[in-house]
Design a protein around this ligand. Structure first.
Ligand code: GBH
Length: 427
């Protein structure tokens, strides 16, 4: 038996725009993802989050499923566009607590109000201050019942997929904008931490998507800087790494006086892990638009098995990442806030079970090697709007029929239920 510590926080994760639907209900205003998904050509087959899983209306059914799974915690995000009426989250939190499920609230999972985009979005420093105001307002409303808070989900994606390749909203393709957005996102994080602390929040965190970069040492070092250290070091060490700072200053200047604000202590670091990237030096390569300045570097095809996203399945990458974090950023407890796989549709999903099984084991061995891992959230509770890929890619423990909106637990859900009940895996 491979056991996890008592109180290990087994959970599942979702995000507002990916599941809620009800985009015109209770005064919700448009977000950059409404604009983007309604722009022809941006999302596969013109899919949008207008209805999604209709979780906004079906949340009680979904909480029943979570209770059946035995989840200890549920990670959801609050939609900033619903700031005018947060009563839905009141009801959701109460329903979770009634089932003994700890709510873990993320304040920003990519659905920026369109009005803020109209004044520059994350490229405008002012947005960071608006984010902190919003964080304070949500905390005032839910802070009596929600004790675990995450500011941002994956600022790398917001900055570099949103403003580098433009594959995500707001669909900008401008390296200077991408680096400015990265800095302002981190500033917004720091200001929001201050606001949450002022309101008395118990546990405050940031979730980063961290991608181990394998391959030729020199290009791997640069890309690791842009993917990982660009965010880890300002938040956890109060500085931009020298190589990353020199690189980003080729595109834009950032205000280094913000670093003490960005480096507000956090209680836990959220880690989203899916795969590794492999890079090689290749003078003929134009580079990757999500890594501005990566000319001369090529991305290798995945090694071995891949998921439906074409992402390499590499559980050792998770183990190495957690051990590295414990070594390079000691003293910060870790939580896996997302890990999971898109596999072919069906109620039978052996690929998802073997993916999760291997990654749970990898996480456990990282703990044996010193990683202070407190919890593990599977992405995702249910199939949902997979951003630019629309509804084609299915990450759910629970299947969603998009015609009837019926939910059906997959084999992986039954399997995960056993893992949680036994707090571990059979040898
Ligand atoms: C998460 O993003 C999101 O938080 C979540 O909303 C989403 O549904 C989920 O993952 C599944 O996609 O791009 O081939 O080089 C994950 C974003 C995915 C970005 C892996 C870096 C590296 C592989 N990350 N990606 S690749």
């Amino acid at each position: 038996m491979i056991s996890f510590p008592d109180g290990f926080l087994w959970g599942a994760a979702t995000a507002s725009y990916q599941i809620e639907g009800a985009v015109h209900t209770d005064g919700r205003v448009p977000s950059i993802w409404d604009t983007f998904s309604h722009t022809p050509g941006m999302v596969a087959d013109g899919h949008t989050g207008d209805v999604a899983c209709d979780h906004y209306n079906r949340y009680l059914d979904d909480v029943e499923i979570m209770a059946w799974l035995g989840l200890k915690a549920y990670r959801f995000s609050v939609a900033w566009p619903r700031l005018a009426d947060l009563s839905f989250y009141d009801r959701l939190v109460d329903a979770l607590l009634a089932k003994g499920i700890t709510p873990v609230a993320t304040l920003y999972h990519w659905d920026l109000p369109q009005t803020l985009q109209d004044t520059g979005g994350w490229t405008n420093r002012e947005t960071a201050f608006r984010f902190a105001d919003y964080a304070a307002a949500v905390h005032r409303r839910l802070g009596d019942r929600v004790s675990v808070w995450t500011t941002l989900n994956e600022p790398w994606v917001s900055a570099f997929v949103g403003h580098g390749s433009g594959r995500h909203a707001p669909g900008v393709t401008d390296p200077a904008a991408a680096f400015a957005a990265a800095h302002h996102l981190m500033l917004g994080h720091g200001l929001a931490v201050q606001a949450l602390r002022a309101g008395g929040a118990e546990s405050v965190s940031l979730t980063l998507n961290l991608t181990p970069i394998l391959g030729d040492p020199e290009p791997a070092r640069l890309i690791d800087g842009l993917a990982n250290r660009l965010f880890l070091d300002p938040v956890l060490r109060g500085e931009y790494p020298a190589d990353v700072l020199a690189h980003l200053e080729r595109f834009t200047k950032v205000n280094l006086d913000d670093l003490p604000t960005i480096a507000q202590p956090i209680d836990v670091l959220g880690v989203n892990y899916y795969t590794v990237n492999r890079v090689v030096a290749d003078p003929s390569s134009e580079g990757h638009p999500e890594y501005p300045g990566s000319e001369g570097i090529a991305w290798e095809d995945p090694h071995g098995e891949v998921t439906e996203m074409d992402w390499e399945i590499n559980p050792a990458g998770l183990e190495d990442l957690l051990v590295r974090l414990a070594r390079d950023y000691p003293g910060t407890p870790l939580m896996i806030t997302e890990n999971g796989a898109a596999v072919p549709d069906g109620v039978s999903d052996p690929g998802r079970i073997s993916y999760l099984d291997a990654h749970f084991r990898a996480a456990r061995s990282a703990m044996d090697r010193g990683a202070d891992l407190r919890g593990y959230f599977v992405w995702s509770l249910m199939d949902n709007f997979e951003w630019a890929r629309g509804y084609h890619k299915r990450f759910g423990l629970v299947r969603v029929d998009y015609d009837t909106l019926e939910r059906t637990p997959r084999d992986s859900a039954r399997w995960y239920r056993e893992v949680i009940a036994g707090n571990g895996l059979a040898d």
